[in-house]
Design a protein around this ligand. Structure first.
Ligand code: UD1
Length: 419
């Protein structure tokens, strides 16, 4: 199995170009199932989750032409799309559940595997299913599969999500595009990736409006248009490299981004001691000042993202004094803490809080990646240690970070993949 070898204590200097957003590409790719028109999508990141979603779409009968060089894809779905998403493809990637909404919208029926558990928490899909039932969907769960049907087609309704869920908001927005009449979705997630999905659907001809801070109103339509669409930047990847710069006392220019979308992250990093210069599509982030302690709570956008929690924890281990992170989105998302402690960190987990003692000098170690963002947090810690670290199970990393070794090597890191 492939591993990463990292030898740290090097200041990172140079420019990193941020790739397209994985979490935006996934729902947009799923939404292409709505259409039988020609669709071109560009700026897709070359990561495993996107490959899995493309395999899932192909297994459903999508006609897809990949252009690897410019990371674009042409999709033209003919009529013979299947409505069965198998366990094999959905089990490795929770976002597979996002095909449920478009299949129901277009064909009024679907059989989709339950995505199953995940290292960072139970991650059920009850909110997706209950909301779909309010659009007229009847469903049952048998042998790990969701069998869903809308006998009379989907019918618009007013739905208030009991909890903010990114995936449920996406599934319901997509499903509602063809629902008869008006659908009003309340208490929606408003992550930038959801705005990207809405922009994509609008360009495809759907009628979707933000009618309140967390309210989305959709008018059912019947026909769609050809379109060409560019995916937004990956804000979690951007945040990860920003943290890498501060951690190593580095000087990185992060390009191909929209800084105003990541204002929360920028403000927190500034408070912790980063020197950040911002312009329209890039930032320069310089470390080297004393890193301060902080109290941070993860929450839905525009709050601090749970997907950057592990990376921030590494930085706070270097802070002056005691820091605290409260994880409000996933109940079991501190798996990285014990690995970081093996590198010398002093992190104590109490319920959904991590109490982090600062001033730590990380020591190289042999480590185990447990999930996507945990993997990258181990790389970050290893980048500050003089000794060599070996990180196992990096397939987690390959699900979501495009060319990470190359990008880090280009700015001075010593990192290589070994068998
Ligand atoms: C998405 C992101 C993931 C990110 C997360 C939170 C993608 C592909 N993934 O995941 O990277 O960490 O948002 O920002 O975009 N929940 C339920 N029932 C449901 C659905 C969710 O209880 O039916 C709970 C979850 O267990 C979790 C919380 O709601 O505790 C938020 O989850 P959700 O926003 O749905 O996350 P995902 O869409 O799976």
């Amino acid at each position: 199995m492939e591993k990463l070898e990292v030898t740290g204590a090097k200041r990172l200097k140079g420019t990193i170009k941020i790739s397209g957003s994985k979490n935006s590409s996934l729902p947009i790719l799923a939404a292409t199932l709505l259409s039988n028109k020609k669709i071109k999508i560009s700026n897709l990141p070359r990561v495993k989750d996107i490959e899995t979603m493309i395999s899932l779409l192909k297994s459903l009968g999508s006609k897809i032409k990949l252009n690897k060089k410019n990371k674009s894809i042409d999709i033209h779905n003919l009529k013979n799309i299947k409505t069965f998403a198998s366990y094999n493809l959905v089990k490795t990637m929770r976002a597979g559940i996002l095909v449920l909404g478009p299949l129901l919208a277009r064909f009024n029926k679907a059989k989709v595997s339950l995505p199953g558990g995940c290292a960072i928490g139970a991650r059920p899909v009850d909110i997706h299913l209950k909301a779909l039932s309010k659009l007229g969907v009847k469903y049952k769960i048998v042998d790990g599969y969701i069998y869903a049907k809308a006998q009379k087609g989907l019918i618009g309704n007013v739905i208030k999500f009991p909890k903010i869920s990114v995936g449920a908001t996406e599934n319901l927005i997509i499903a509602s595009c063809f629902a008869k009449g008006k659908t009003i979705l309340k208490n929606c997630a408003i992550e930038p990736e959801i705005m990207d999905l809405i922009n994509f659907l609008r360009k495809m001809g759907c009628s979707i409006k933000l009618t309140g801070r967390r309210t989305v109103t959709i008018l059912g339509i019947k026909t769609l248009k050809d379109l060409s669409y560019k995916i937004m930047f990956d804000r979690i990847e951007a945040g990860t490299y920003m943290i890498a710069s501060v951690l190593t006392g580095g000087n990185l220019k992060i390009i191909n981004i929209k800084p105003k979308i990541i204002k929360t992250e920028i403000d927190i990093l500034k408070k912790i001691g980063a020197n950040i210069k911002i312009n329209d599509t890039e930032i320069r982030i310089i470390g080297g000042n004393k890193i301060k302690s902080a109290k941070v709570t993860t929450s839905p956008y525009p709050g601090f993202p749970t997907d950057l929690q592990a990376q921030l924890m590494v930085l706070l281990c270097k802070g002056f004094g005691i820091s605290q992170i409260t994880e409000k989105i996933f109940e079991n998302r501190f798996m990285h803490a014990s690995e970081l402690n093996r590198m010398g960190a002093k992190i104590k987990i109490v319920g959904n809080k991590a109490i982090i003692q600062g001033n730590v000098d990380f020591k190289g170690a042999e480590l185990m990646a447990t999930d996507l963002r945990a993997s990258v947090s181990l790389i970050l810690a290893a980048l500050t240690a003089k000794e060599k670290s070996i990180i196992n199970r990096i397939y987690h990393l390959d699900r979501g970070y495009e060319d990470i070794e190359k990008k880090l090597r280009n700015v001075g890191a010593i990192i290589r993949r070994v068998l």
